[in-house]
Design a binder for this molecule. Sequence first.
Ligand code: RIB
Ligand code: CA
Length: 317
Amino acid sequence: MTEPRRIIIDTDPGVDDAMAIFYALSSPELDVLGLTTVFGNATTETTTYNALALLQLAGRSDVPVARGADTPLVATYGGPVDFVHGADGQGNAGIPAPTASAVAESAAEFIVRSVMAAPGEITLVPVGPLTNIALAMRLEPKLTENLREIVLMGGNAFCPGNVNPSAEANIHNDPEAADIVFGADCPITMAGLDVTHKVQMTHADLARIGAMSNPRAEHLARILPCYVDFHTTYEGLDGIFVHDSTAVSYLLAPDAFTWEEAPIRVDCGQSFGRAKTIAGKGEGDSYAAWTPRRPVRILTGADSRRLVELELSRLAE
Ligand code: RIB
Ligand code: CA
């Protein structure tokens, strides 16, 4: 087997973040160098607590956690989404308190130090707002040329948003940061709603998690009901969308996906389109805002059953 792929997950746990973190930790193809935390599903204080607690529950307190931004670059944080992830970010089910603490470095400092010490080797996997990634790019202008790739969950290029018709939650939380990141000169793969709305776990899949006996699966079985209720009530779905784990699945099984390549701009205006990720593939003056940008790999399709089975097989181990 080739060397495990070295990744840093930037996360706002969050129920689906917890699934993605456990999925990555139980995949030998990946080496999770650290978790960096950000506001979004909950405050950064809560997401940092949850990140430490999730690692402890998975027996991986060796993985460092670096606390990140508490607020967006310029906008104001809209606050936790209790009705999706619970007031505690873990489905109102609680989680055993972590004994470890976050490292002294900020998320941006941790990302910069890690990437610059291993040129070309590290992949960032942001599954929350992109504030920490933008801050890291500002902190070290040479960061992007030393990154292997960014594989992010966020955005909606060819479909409506999930916060409103324009915006997906991670981009909505910090559009200005997202536009900085999508303008970076490094390989970027976007697992947006275009693909994550096509990767779904059914109630039968979720029941399989409930039947597993290991601390990770047992925790997910406790926190998922709140997330399932949101999907039933607000999405009219018989199950859940697999958002954050789909970024991990791409790292493990890229051949299970289809995609388009186009530069992305993010609407940072203050009107109805704010936070929309706009793909711009074309020539001429009308594409001037997009043309200078490196095309992003926009995931548009996936073999949902294959990915769900892969994730459940890792969770069962
Ligand atoms: O839109 C889905 C994204 O927003 C996921 O990352 C979920 O955890 C929330 O952060
Ligand atoms: Ca998330």
